[in-house]
Design a protein around this ligand. Structure first.
Ligand SMILES: [Fe+2]
Length: 295
């Protein structure tokens, strides 16, 4: 782990999203998995089977919470009831950090249930950072913001998306969940170089990386999480871990979900890139010391 890793975020290895079709397989076969990511909103209930399953998973695996409805970028105040329920779950899972998206999705209490892109302005960054700090202080757990995939941009934007993400993360003093598939999707739709994004985020704040598949259409790319990861996204992943160091990595697969083994095997492809990066780091350290590294 790089010495400059922000806030003690630990590399937990390679995880996959916990999804209902895999419950029985996981509970009966007990596969070796580094960690699972859960969607917090699926477990913010008082009782029932989801919580019983979660408790069994928690007995054997590390679980990290990921949310889809905090809407850090909405002008609406935070929902106290949502935060109260979320805190109950945070205590249950002992999640080492909690992530949600850098987006907006509600107006005057009406929710879109979509992760809508933000105008990249300094004012929006300031307000968003204030809400992230509020959430972290209330939940008493480190918070990471995730870049979303997008299909629209605003004329009022004053900076690039990666500058906006940086502005928010620095002002909030929070972590980043870097979704390299989302970077690819947005770079295709908005015609920017995805490597510029990966190179220019504050690497020491990246606590976690998302990888996923998407669907390609003639004029745009849609973030569907229903395919294997494509090579250009693996290239972005490799570039990200070269700069951030080995980082907790999570494969998202949310639609047309194949067998547990297939999803896990796709996630474990990340190992090849982690090894390459580790080898080249060892080689450059050895070169700096004037030693010869044998293959
Ligand atoms: Fe993601």
């Amino acid at each position: 782990m790089p010495a400059n890793r922000f806030n003690g975020f630990t590399d937990y290895g390679i995880g996959i999203g916990l999804r209902i079709p895999h419950y029985d397989h996981i509970l009966t076969k007990k596969p070796v998995v580094d960690w699972f990511e859960i969607i917090s909103e699926n477990f913010m209930i008082d009782a029932g089977r989801p919580l019983r399953v979660l408790d069994q998973i928690l007995d054997q695996y590390r679980v990290v919470q990921h949310g889809v409805s905090m809407y850090f970028g909405s002008a609406d105040p935070l929902s106290r009831e949502h935060l109260r329920r979320l805190k109950t779950l945070v205590k249950r899972t002992k999640t080492p950090w909690l992530s949600d998206h850098l987006c907006w999705g509600s107006v005057d209490g009406t929710y879109t249930h979509d992760l809508l892109p933000m105008p990249y302005t300094f004012e929006a960054a300031r307000l968003t950072a204030r809400k992230i700090r509020e959430v972290r202080d209330y939940l008493e757990v480190p918070v990471c913001v995730e870049n979303v995939s997008s299909y629209a941009e605003y004329h009022v934007s004053e900076m690039t998306e990666w500058e906006f993400l940086t502005e928010v993360a620095e002002a909030a003093d929070c972590g980043i969940l870097l979704d390299v598939n989302n970077i690819y999707v947005s770079s295709f739709n908005h015609r920017f170089n995805p490597m510029d994004y990966v190179e220019n985020v504050p690497h020491h704040r990246v606590a976690q990386i998302h990888i996923a598949g998407h669907s390609k259409y003639r004029k745009y790319v849609l973030d569907t999480h229903d395919h294997p990861v494509i090579d250009p996204v693996w290239k972005l992943y490799e570039a990200a871990i070269r700069r951030c160091g080995p980082t907790a990595t999570l494969l998202e697969w949310d639609d047309h979900i194949p067998s547990f083994e297939e999803v896990h095997a796709e996630a474990l492809k990340a190992e090849r890139f982690l090894r390459t990066v580790a080898d080249s780091r060892a080689a450059s350290v050895a070169a700096a010391k004037g030693q010869l590294v044998l293959p």
